[in-house]
Write a protein that binds this ligand. Structure first.
Ligand SMILES: Cc1ncc(COP(=O)(O)O)c(C=O)c1O
Length: 364
């Protein structure tokens, strides 16, 4: 937390608006829109809930195919299954680790010939770096596939002049406790389409029709963010730029110390944008480094320091056994070597140096 949240939470308490609506929610939504440059937003209980609504808003129905990145967290995928649709996974580009735009275009061309196109594409911006979205927007427009941006990890990242999450039909963000800014748990759905956001807002509040009594003509959800959590979000939004700067500094610090070590490779930054460097992620090649990423993880764990293997690709998850994956070898290779290093913005240079020393010691 920064110095701002407490004042907003206090204001929320003083107003006695302890509900899943209220002035803090309205203000958080409008400040969020202004920050990322989009017209409409609805604050929700999680990024997963936001994606669930987003997919419903672009017309995903039972039996549809929805394509998404294989190298991601399951929150990008489970809402596809909630709707009775079927996820199809797409491999990464080795240069950005995000969805490969050429592979996507080639595969959609083949599917169009066969007359089976996905209803939607969930494009993930991995570890705070935008996917190469402009060619993907064109491809999706060409084939009539609705583009949903999963920017859960990428708040504060940019593609050219645009913020992550603002170039698709709809975008979603997460404020889970581990994200670059947090409300302890929460999410946001954004779009330039006013009626889409209004419809999502209505469904998120139990699909209540306008009437003095409780009237329902659709099934909705209880997905609205509370006024208290929105107060935290408003405080956090004020330090987003600082957080991005701090995250990028942490990455640079690691890279300076480890960038020339044989067998260590850092997640590249694509030339089209600026990553928020949510996590500093490295690949460790055991042939050159001497030991593998798991040995390094265990050495850190022995010193009470948490690091994590990168996301296990979705096509390798037991729950998605038998699901289709287009390619997959790039994501598998990244998973076999990838390690997320401690990247909390409260880390001091001494803390980072401690991690670096342990990593380097692993070679001995
Ligand atoms: C890429 C991605 N998508 C979706 C989610 C889901 O967000 P939430 O945890 O807020 O439901 C997360 C993270 O948690 C994520 O990293």
């Amino acid at each position: 937390m920064s110095e701002h949240e407490y004042a907003f939470v206090r204001e929320a308490f003083d107003s006695n608006y302890i509900a899943p609506l209220g002035p803090m929610v309205d203000a958080f939504e409008s400040e969020f829109c202004a920050k990322i440059g989009i017209s409409y937003a609805v604050a929700l209980i999680s990024g997963t809930a936001a994606l669930h609504l987003a997919l419903q808003m672009v017309g995903v129905k039972p039996g549809d195919e929805v394509w998404t990145s294989t190298l991601t967290f399951i929150g990008s995928v489970s809402p596809i299954n909630y709707l009775g649709a079927r996820p199809v996974f797409v491999d990464s580009d080795r240069g950005t680790w995000n969805m490969d735009p050429e592979l996507l275009a080639k595969e959609l061309e083949k599917r169009a010939d066969r007359g089976i196109l996905p209803r939607a594409l969930v494009l993930v911006h991995l570890y705070g770096q935008c996917a190469d979205i402009v060619p993907i927007v064109k491809t999706c427009e060409h084939y009539g596939v609705a583009l949903v941006e999963d920017a859960a990890e990428a708040l504060g990242a940019t593609y050219g002049e645009s913020s992550a999450g603002t170039l698709g039909k709809v975008g979603i963000f997460s404020f889970n406790g581990n994200k670059i800014i947090t409300t302890s748990g929460g999410g946001m759905l954004v779009s330039d389409d006013e009626s889409l956001v209004n419809q999502a807002r209505m469904l998120a509040a139990q699909a209540r029709d306008p009437a003095p009594h409780y009237e329902h003509s659709q099934i909705g959800f209880n997905y609205r963010m509370s006024n208290i959590l929105a107060a935290i979000g408003r405080g956090q939004l004020r330090v987003l730029d600082e957080r991005v700067e701090a995250k990028r500094k942490i990455f640079d610090f690691y890279q300076k110390a480890l960038g020339d070590v044989p067998g260590i490779e850092f997640m590249p930054e694509a030339p089209y944008g600026v990553s928020n460097r949510w996590l500093t992620v490295i690949l460790i090649s055991p042939e050159e480094f001497g030991v593998n990423h798991e040995t390094v993880r265990l050495a850190l764990e022995a010193q009470d320091i948490e690091s994590r293997p990168i996301w296990k690709p979705m096509h390798l998850q037991p729950v998605f056994k038998g699901y289709e994956c287009i390619g997959g070898k790039v994501a598998e290779a990244l998973f076999s070597k990838g390690l997320c290093l401690p990247s909390g913005t409260a880390m001091t240079p001494e803390d980072i140096n401690r991690v670096i020393e342990i990593i380097l010691k692993c070679r001995e």
